[in-house]
Design a protein around this ligand. Sequence first.
Ligand code: GLY
Length: 282
Amino acid sequence: MRMARIRPVLVVHGGAGNHRYNEDGCSAAARRGLERLRAGEDALAAAVAAVVAMEDDPRFNAGTGAMLRSDGATIETDASVMDSSGRLGAVCCLRDVRNPVLVARQVVETPHWMLAGPGAVDFARAQGFGPHRLEPAADALPPGAAGEPAPAGRHETDTVGAVVLDGRGLFAVASSTGGSAPAMVGRVGDTPIPGCGYWAGPHGAVAATGVGEQIVARLLARVVYEWIERGMPLQQALERGVALFPASCAVGLIGVTRHEAAAASNREMPFHVLCDDEGAGD
Ligand code: GLY
């Protein structure tokens, strides 16, 4: 019997509340992920590569573009990875690491699923990451940080994320954030918490962006995944997920299933969908 060919696809977002004119950063990141698939690497490697590209772009609230905490001096980052084979890794309250998602990827290789704060930093150093001092981009300052008014056009809150289906049918998700502003030092949002900011299983992968406290309260990524699992069309599931929130609360979702790729948000949200029409990577 001839098996139907799986067409690889990636979706990358740059955060609910960010600007659509930053979408070129999402498309560049998706291409970085696709390069990994075409080099024979899997969905998890592709999702991580896409998120690394976003972390290195100061227009996005992750890695290099991470926001300051409410003390006006501290940057702490959260990141996560998961795939449909059960690989899971996350970090939270990580400091002075350029690419938190790479540390989350390394946590997969430990007996644990998450490392936090000083332990996460020690682990990162032992793995050869950093130290790298993250400098907040001018437009990444939270309102009132350092006594300054919020610059026009700065993003309110966001995260970056990527979901991927590879040619072997593996689904993966990776996410990274500098947190939601204004946030206390030590605060953790949805991005590193499975079932809240992200989920991947045999039916697809989902990534969320927006106000972490509200996303966690709704177990958003897992709830949306369960709708997909029961057969709801992806776009409908993502829009229903967004509709769980009041208009005052920024939220966005991206997802991928075997035959669909989509995004939804109640804010402006840069994103990019990239299909591998050459079918390479399987
Ligand atoms: N969604 C990012 C955060 O709330 O930390």
